[in-house]
Design a binder for this molecule. Structure first.
Ligand code: ADP
Ligand code: MG
Ligand code: ZN
Length: 613
């Protein structure tokens, strides 16, 4: 960007300079006027410039306008071959410009090296000034400048964040608490000869509270806390990042004991040995960071905290002892953790007595702290929309669905036909789930479209939090996932595009059973794939030969086919209930799991399933 700007300005300057030097332009006159003036004796001398095809006309003392005009010019008229003799007659002194023969190299250097450098230097001066100006503003204060670190001394003000604001994550908190304690009472540790870890790396999925924990450390520490993001080091200029690192450590040492926090450190800490597009700047920055971490004075209590959700891409050298020697895992919250997080966030809002955070926590398995904070806030917004002063359970549940499926699309009009297909599809899922033993209970079925594009959905909820899944349960889950499509076929003898998400999920599950969980007879205990990324959902990495994968694909297909046939069989057997409950759903648009179970119970009682085959 800056480089481009430099170029643009240079080019402008070039053309300006050209015009400055080649024309001693003051006033243009016509050739005839020139002849007339020469005849009247108003011309002292002329200089003919063949290169630029200009005649410069210097007025004589007789010219009345002489004081105003220093030189006139006009074009060369080639057909006027008698110019020379006429000038002689008028007594005008004639001369010709000697064509400029400046060396192209000098020209090049002048225009493309010296000038750009000059412009660059000017620009950088301006930027430096600007950066300094900005640094002075804002409550955090900053040190601007190009090679200066952008670390901000983070001063928690007003309502400071403490460990109380971080729910769950007890192990992470203990680990951090120890560091804080060391910084406050170093003597206690030194007496016994214990050394503090130089660096601690917070790792965990996005939104689990890594940044929040670091802020809490700042709030608890009672020592200076420098905070900056990995991307702050990344600059276009090679060497700038490294110089920022150097500067950061200089600052930190001056303020010791203190904590330096580098958020999203993967921006600079990526492994250096990936061949694809090596990045000099990043490598230099990383090298500098490694050197500084090794080099700085151990007696000075400076702790480097860093956070990342992609620990697997970090350079191994960063994590060796003596650098980030402690890894603090920040985990996806379990049910109790989710209850605690919901409690922390509900302190800030008003809730009525219908609210049951347990139920919300149960329904949000897999949600991160950030999701939960978002759910509470959405619920508050919904309460306001509904003109209520407090949040109730319905608000919370609805916002869980908003987070999962998007907002309701109230004015999305579907044809009678399509609504019917959607109703059968959703009841297909629900009925197949209800007719199997190990499935999760149905929570809700709806055919109100959502902004996410879902035309309807069936929500299932576990009775308790689960950490393991049995093979039998996974197989039944597959049947449930494919129940929607099966219902379309059983009822209409035709299928729609509506099952694409189900197919995606089912294929993913079946594939993992074969390639990762060792659940196929054909491959047994052999793993064929590794998860691509620990915390982010990346593509799995294949660890087997291509031909093996071809076989695995075939096994996955068979598993899915079998599950689908099973779903079709269940629905054929219960087609009357399928039809009746689809009608019920069409009528009500949204039904709870309980209503659904009661409805199919009632239907079965009045018309028992005929024992076919
Ligand atoms: P990340 O791990 O991606 O850095 P953040 O620390 O930025 O996540 O968390 C985002 C938000 O989620 C926080 O500001 C907070 O509101 C909420 N949050 C996450 N984890 C927790 C937690 N354990 N307790 C309370 N709030 C949390
Ligand atoms: Mg973060
Ligand atoms: Zn479906």
């Amino acid at each position: 960007m800056i480089f481009l700007m430099g170029m643009a300005i240079t080019m402008l300057l070039n053309s300006c300079i050209a015009s400055f030097f080649s024309y001693k332009e003051v006033e243009k006159i016509s050739y005839s006027e020139f002849m007339q003036r020469a005849a009247e004796g108003k011309v002292e001398s002329v200089v003919i410039d063949e290169t630029d095809r200009v005649i410069y006309i210097y007025p004589s003392d007789q010219d009345a306008d002489k004081d105003k005009v220093e030189v006139y010019y006009t074009g060369i008229v080639t057909s006027d071959t008698e110019l020379t003799s006429r000038m002689e007659d008028y007594g005008v002194d004639m001369d010709a410009e000697i064509p400029k023969k400046d060396s192209p190299i000098v020209n090049f250097i002048l225009n493309w090296v010296i000038l750009p450098l000059l412009v660059f230097w000017l620009l950088s001066m301006v930027m430096r000034k600007a950066a300094k100006g900005m640094g002075g503003m804002g409550p955090m204060g900053g040190l601007g400048g190009m090679g200066k670190s952008r670390a901000k001394e983070y001063v928690p003000e007003g309502s400071k964040i403490t460990f109380k604001d971080v729910a769950g994550q007890d192990e992470a908190k203990d680990s951090l608490m120890e560091i804080v304690d060391y910084l406050n009472n170093p003597g206690k540790y030194r007496d016994i000869g214990a050394k503090l870890p130089k660096g601690a790396l917070l790792v965990g999925p996005p939104g689990t509270g890594k940044t929040l924990l670091a802020k809490a450390v700042a709030g608890e520490a009672g020592v200076p806390f420098f905070s900056l993001a990995g991307s702050d080091f990344v600059e276009m200029f090679v060497g700038m990042g490294a110089s920022r690192v150097r500067d950061l450590f200089k600052q930190a040492e001056a303020k010791a004991p203190c904590i330096v926090f580098i958020d999203e450190i993967d921006a600079i800490g990526k492994s250096r040995d990936n061949q694809l597009g090596s990045n000099d700047e990043r490598e230099q920055t990383l090298n500098q960071l490694l050197t500084e971490m090794d080099g700085f004075d151990e007696s000075k209590a400076v702790v480097i905290l860093a956070a990342t959700n992609r620990p697997e891409v970090l350079d191994k050298a960063l994590r060796r002892p003596g650098r980030f020697d402690r890894t603090i895992s920040v985990t996806q919250p379990d049910k109790q953790g989710r209850i605690d997080i919901l409690k922390v966030h509900s302190r800030k809002v008003k809730m009525d007595e219908t609210v049951d955070l347990d139920a919300i926590a149960l329904a949000t398995s897999g949600a991160s702290g950030a999701d939960l904070a978002n759910i509470v806030n959405e619920a508050a917004l919904r309460a306001v929309r509904m003109n209520r002063r407090v949040i109730n359970q319905e608000d919370l549940f609805e916002s869980v669905e908003v987070i999962i499926a998007g907002q309701q699309r109230k004015n999305h009009i579907m044809s009678r036909d399509e609504r019917e297909i959607v109703a059968f599809h959703e009841i297909g899922h629900a009925l197949v789930a209800a007719k199997q033993k190990n499935t999760q209970p149905i929570q809700k079925i709806t055919i109100i479209p959502r902004t996410s594009g879902a035309l309807g959905y069936t929500m299932q909820m576990p009775e308790e939090e689960r950490f393991l899944m049995k093979k039998s349960e996974m197989l039944e889950e597959l049947v449930t996932l494919l129940g929607g499509r099966a219902a379309e076929e059983v009822q209409f003898g035709n299928i729609t595009t509506g099952a694409s998400n189900d197919i995606e999920k089912a294929t993913d599950l079946a594939r993992k059973m074969v390639t990762m969980y060792g659940m196929s007879d054909e491959f047994g205990m052999m793993g064929l794939e590794l998860p691509g990324s620990q915390y982010m959902d990346g593509r799995p990495v294949k660890t087997c030969a291509d031909e093996t994968m071809v076989k695995a694909d075939e096994i996955v297909r068979q598993i899915l086919e079998k599950a689908y046939q099973q779903a079709v069989a269940i629905l054929r057997e219960n087609q009357i209930i399928l039809q009746k409950s689809a009608g019920f759903l069409l009528d009500k648009e949204t039904i709870t799991g309980q209503e659904f179970m009661e409805f199919i119970q009632g239907t079965e009682d009045e018309s028992p399933v005929p024992l076919t085959e």
